[in-house]
Design a protein around this ligand. Sequence first.
Ligand SMILES: [Zn+2]
Length: 88
Amino acid sequence: MTRHLPHARRRPHVPARPSFRCCVCGAPWPCSPARLNLLHAYRKDRIGLRIYLAAQLTRALQDRPDLDPGHLAARIVYWVPRTPPRRP
Ligand SMILES: [Zn+2]
C-alpha cells in the first residue's frame, strides 16, 4: 500500500537524465511548470538563472548528442525573457 505523502504532489519538475525530459510530467525539460518555478526562484537573479540553465545545457549536450545543439540551447537557455530596460 502506498502511503500518502503530502509533498508527493509537489515534486520538483527537474530533468531526468539522460532523457532530459521532466521527471514529473515527461515533457521536454524545462517544461512550463519548471519555467514558472525557475522564473520565480530566480526573480531577483536573472544572471544566476542563466548560469544555472547553462550548466543544465552542458549536461544535456553530454546526455543527448543525438539532438541538435542549437535546438537544445534554445529550449534550455534562450526562453528566459530579457530583463526589461531600466527606467531613467
Ligand atoms: Zn514538468
